[in-house]
Design a protein around this ligand. Structure first.
Ligand code: NAD
Length: 394
């Protein structure tokens, strides 16, 4: 297959591009490097050093003998998106290229507006480019389990059968997202579903859980192929953050009671799920939703698992929750569609935790302790972020 990976310089896009390339697909990588700019803005850096995209691509060619095409540009630029789609002529497009941090979207008005414009407009441009060049291109779009929120009923995979006043229909599952970032994903889902209905596009919305881990079969082929690892209060995801906190002897910062329960998955399963979606495309006109996670854990459970796996002493500290979210709630979400397609999950156990802790330990000298604390407050319209340089963000 000819596959474009949008956001192919990012945490998940880079290892996905390598994986698909190694599997024999012709892969093109698209990115505008804005993720690297957020690092400059926040005064932080990936825990694991990462090469520039051009260096990574050259190295991949040396290590594997395989080529990756690269296109540098912004998805909010419709002409750029048009040119890439018409030049590369993909069979499928995997779309990772969005601003993906909930806290970043909640810093202030500027960051909220930026997040929604970047994500929604980028996806709109893509939908138009697909519809105009080749509606048979399969769009595999990264959504998030956070689109659903935490309702007091079971979460289904995208759709729920509702009987109302004696009539029954299969309808989109109600969405109660918890940040302007999560809302941008909901808007994307609606726009994609509409495009499938009116233009006959085919799309898979992967409502992904929180990803952990950093190493994949391809990124470990050479240190220069490493993908990024975020641990800071704005971009770090929960389990990777706890592992870094453990190795630098920082208390594991559990927000509030820690009963917040989320679907989670290993980074290697992200690659496997995307590949399964690509190999089993949606039908013409079909908008389908897969819940892409393998297990659910509460934040406190995760902290306890890290504390158990780490050989040294670990303290768990409950800090005031900067977010507006339920700290204790019912959570049961369906996730059978990818398993039905053949996903064999990497479940979270001591050996995976030890691997992540080892990555964190190997780079502990690069940790900026000032970057760890949560700084973005959901309850205010503007948070001021202290950075390593002392320069406020905003
Ligand atoms: N990391 C997770 O735990 C997680 C969980 C659920 C869903 N997701 C989704 O998966 C996708 C990838 O996440 P990630 O963690 O790899 O994020 P990331 O920020 O590391 O990667 C996203 C990449 O997209 C690029 N990008 C952003 N806007 C762009 C634009 N307008 N034009 C071109 N390139 C642009 C960035 O430069 C970056 O390299 C996101 O859509 C995210 O919402 C991630």
């Amino acid at each position: 297959m000819r596959i474009l990976v949008l956001g192919g310089d990012g945490y998940l896009g880079w290892p996905t591009a390598l994986h698909l390339s190694r599997r024999g697909h012709d892969v093109g990588v698209v990115d505008n490097f804005v993720r690297r700019q957020y690092d400059h803005e926040m005064g932080v850096d990936s825990l694991v050093p990462i090469l520039q995209l051009s260096q990574r691509v050259r190295l991949w060619n040396e290590v594997s003998g395989l080529d990756l095409d690269t296109y540098v540009g912004d998805l909010t630029d419709a002409d750029f998106v048009d040119t890439v789609v018409s030049r590369f002529e993909p069979d499928a497009i995997v779309h990772f290229a969005e601003q993906r941090s909930a806290p970043y979207s909640m810093i202030d008005r500027k960051h909220a507006v930026y997040t929604q414009v970047n994500n929604v407009v980028g996806t709109m441009n893509l939908l138009y480019a697909i519809a105009e060049h080749d509606p048979s291109i399969h769009l595999v779009k990264l959504g998030t389990m956070g689109e659903y929120g935490t309702p007091n009923i079971d979460i289904e995979e995208g759709f729920i059968e509702i009987t109302h006043k004696g009539r029954t229909d299969l309808l989109p599952y109600p969405k109660q997202p918890g940040s302007f970032y999560h809302l941008s994903k909901v808007h994307d889902s609606h726009n994609i579903q509409f495009a499938c209905r009116i233009w006959g596009l085919r799309a898979t919305d992967l409502n992904q859980g929180v990803v952990y881990g950093q190493q994949t079969d391809e990124t470990t082929m050479h240190p220069g192929l490493a993908t990024r690892f975020d641990y800071d209060g704005v971009f770090g995801t929960v389990l990777n953050r706890f592992c870094v906190q453990a190795v630098v002897d920082h208390p594991l910062s559990v927000y509030g009671k820690g009963g917040q329960t989320r679907g989670m998955l290993d980074i290697r399963d992200t690659l496997a799920c995307v590949e399964l979606a690509l190999l089993h495309p949606a039908e013409e006109g079909e908008f389908r939703v897969f819940n892409q996670f393998t297990e659910s854990f509460s934040v406190l459970q995760l902290a306890e698992m890290v504390a158990d796996a780490y050989p040294g002493k670990v303290r768990i500290e409950h800090v005031e929750d900067p977010r507006v979210e339920k700290e204790d709630h019912y959570y049961r979400a369906a996730h059978t569609k990818l398993l039905d397609l053949g996903l064999v999950p990497h479940l979270l156990g001591p050996s995976t935790l030890r691997d992540i802790l080892a990555v964190a330990d190997a780079h502990r000298d690069r940790v900026d302790p000032l970057a760890i604390a949560p700084t973005v407050q959901w309850r205010t319209t503007a948070s001021t972020l202290p950075t390593a340089s002392g320069r406020p963000v905003g």
